[in-house]
Design a protein around this ligand. Structure first.
Ligand SMILES: Cc1cc2nc3c(=O)[nH]c(=O)nc-3n(C[C@H](O)[C@H](O)[C@H](O)COP(=O)(O)OP(=O)(O)OC[C@H]3O[C@@H](n4cnc5c(N)ncnc54)[C@H](O)[C@@H]3O)c2cc1C
Length: 509
């Protein structure tokens, strides 16, 4: 910290740092630790108490925690993963999809290196390492406003009941989904010609989710699997076993759909399951371990930077938990903001940290690392699935043979090869006969024609997903080229909408 003014009895205190990081979650820790490691003077602000910080709503499923490409930067993930309290289950090797109402169970192999962690202990280890790397940490401190002129210049906060202003050259907003910090910035008033590139998200880009950690009296039979089950809206219920008797159970859905009463719906789901009879809540810091939150479920923001400001993690939409990228999306974007933010501040000569100065953050996320591109290019499936309706998505999944599910949604080719088509068709036919025999189409209140149309839309969607992937992989290296790049992307969106018949009201989220 460069300076502190005001006395302890004064109404408002003022402190100055090079970088203020708001949020003590994964993105905040990776950002603060990386910036400090690069030599910046950093404060990390967290609204929770020191004891409760690290307690985050999360399904606890984490892919390959020791892979440095997935968790880059100075945080020592190998040491964290070696901590017994953090890494609970090293045993997950499959994903199971149970659609019990229609008698469907799909079992897909899941790469080794996927784990379920104790999210609270993991969060606490991250905070400890971040402090060790030289970051000042302020707990019980709630950011409730920003200081801004031509750029964002700091944040207003209340620390232990007293107002404090933190001045900084750069604010990294890691406040989680729908951050109140971002909401406080007036982006139109920042100096960025012809307009700011920063994309202010809408609520439809997020999901809503809730989870509890339950301790069961007996071992569950699926302790090596991440189990998913359909919800009536676009989303799913999960059972993620931390151990054979400690299960993270939860559910989430996309906010573009009708709201689901999450807690009641979860109760309804587990009420009659034998393994949860007599189960009790695990405790965290003396209270039952249950939490809900919004989360990023759609594509990352087109641009995450504005003058003096970068947003990361869930708030930047750079997290997609359904495809295992929630925690690591926060890690990658946090790392990038810390690294490129510290450099922009260090090299700044005109006292103005512009969008162009911060642009390497966007470029890293989309091109140099590429996680942003991976998440963004899968988003057409969210669009297509929401358009098809959950009944058709469920029937389509039931029709698809397990081995071909990945082919339909993950090929890098622009056209669907003849061999794939023949394999797929024969598998679909086989499953269709079974579904007929079991009256599945009637149960789901849909028709074979509608479900086949949905499958056709998914194949078309895959072609657009591949095109989008190539477009995002060409994300502009400089800010000047951004506007043209965005126009082309918008044209690709419009083409997908037309191809699969997205109504105008749903075409832009
Ligand atoms: C129910 C649920 C289940 C999930 N399951 C998984 C999963 O199984 N696997 C996976 O990879 N991902 C999962 N995710 C997503 C994952 O948890 C998030 O992507 C990740 O935690 C995002 O990290 P973050 O640092 O961006 O935000 P957060 O973890 O939300 O951290 C934000 C921090 O900022 C603090 N903060 C917010 N506002 C202020 C303020 N005004 N002042 C001071 N501090 C503030 C908060 O207290 C919090 O500590 C799940 C999310 C939810 C909600």
């Amino acid at each position: 910290m460069d300076s502190a003014t005001g006395s302890s009895s004064a109404a408002s205190q003022s402190e100055s740092y090079e970088i203020v990081v708001v949020g003590g979650g994964v993105a905040g820790c990776f950002a603060a630790a990386t910036a400090a490691d690069q030599g910046a003077d950093v404060v990390q602000i967290e609204r929770k108490s020191e004891a409760k910080a690290g307690h985050i709503a999360c399904g606890d499923a984490m892919k390959s925690p020791t892979d440095p490409d997935l968790y880059p930067g100075p945080i020592d993930m190998t040491a964290i993963a070696a901590t017994d309290d953090v890494l609970i289950d090293g045993n997950i090797d499959q994903i199971e999809w149970w659609d019990e109402d229609i008698g469907v169970k799909k079992v897909l192999p899941y790469d080794s290196g996927s784990n379920v962690v104790d999210r609270y202990e993991f969060g606490r280890e991250l905070l400890r390492q971040t402090a060790t790397l030289g970051v000042d940490q302020e707990f019980n401190t709630v950011v409730n406003g920003v200081v801004q002129g031509e750029q964002v210049e700091g944040v207003e906060a209340v620390r232990d009941g007293r107002p404090v202003t933190y001045h900084a050259d750069l604010v990294i907003d890691a406040g989680g989904s729908l951050s109140t910090v971002m909401a406080a910035v007036d982006f139109d008033e920042l100096a960025a010609a012809p307009e700011t590139t920063f994309e202010e998200p809408q609520y439809r880009q997020f999901g809503s989710a809730y989870r509890e950690v339950l301790v069961t009296p007996e071992d569950v039979p699926y302790d090596n699997a991440l189990v998913g089950k359909p919800l009536e809206e676009l989303g799913y219920v999960w059972y993620f076993p931390r151990t054979a008797r400690e299960i993270n159970v939860g559910l989430g859905f996309q906010m573009s759909e009708e709201p689901v009463e999450l807690v009641d719906r979860l109760r309804e789901d587990i009420r009659d399951r034998p393994e949860y009879q007599g189960a009790e809540h695990a405790e965290v810091d003396g209270t039952a371990d249950k939490l809900g939150a919004a989360l990023g479920l759609r594509r990352p923001l087109d641009s995450m930077v504005a003058p003096g400001y970068i947003t990361v993690g869930c708030n930047a939409g750079a997290t997609h938990p359904i495809s295992g990228k929630g925690i690591r999306g926060a890690a990658v974007t946090g790392f990038s903001a810390g690294k490129h933010g510290a450099r922009a501040v260090r090299e700044d000569e005109d006292g103005f940290v512009s969008e162009a100065d911060l642009w390497p953050h966007n470029y890293f996320v989309y091109v140099e690392h590429g996680l942003g591109t991976t998440i963004a290019s899968k988003d057409p499936y969210n669009v297509a699935a929401a358009n098809a309706g959950m009944e058709n998505v469920r029937a389509a999944v039931a029709l698809l043979p397990e081995t071909e599910i990945a082919d339909v949604v993950s090929s890098a080719e622009d056209s669907f090869g003849i061999t794939n088509a023949v394999d797929l068709a024969s598998g679909v036919l086989r499953n269709a006969v079974d579904l007929y025999r079991n009256d599945v189409f009637e149960q789901l209140d849909t028709s074979k024609r509608a479900v086949l149309a949905t499958l056709g839309d998914f194949v078309q969607t895959r072609i657009y997903a591949d095109r989008l992937e190539r477009h995002y992989a060409n994300y502009p290296e400089t800010r000047e080229e951004f506007f043209e790049w965005r126009d082309t992307r918008d044209a690709l969106d419009a083409a997908l909408d037309e191809q699969i018949g997205i109504p105008a009201r749903d075409s832009k989220y």
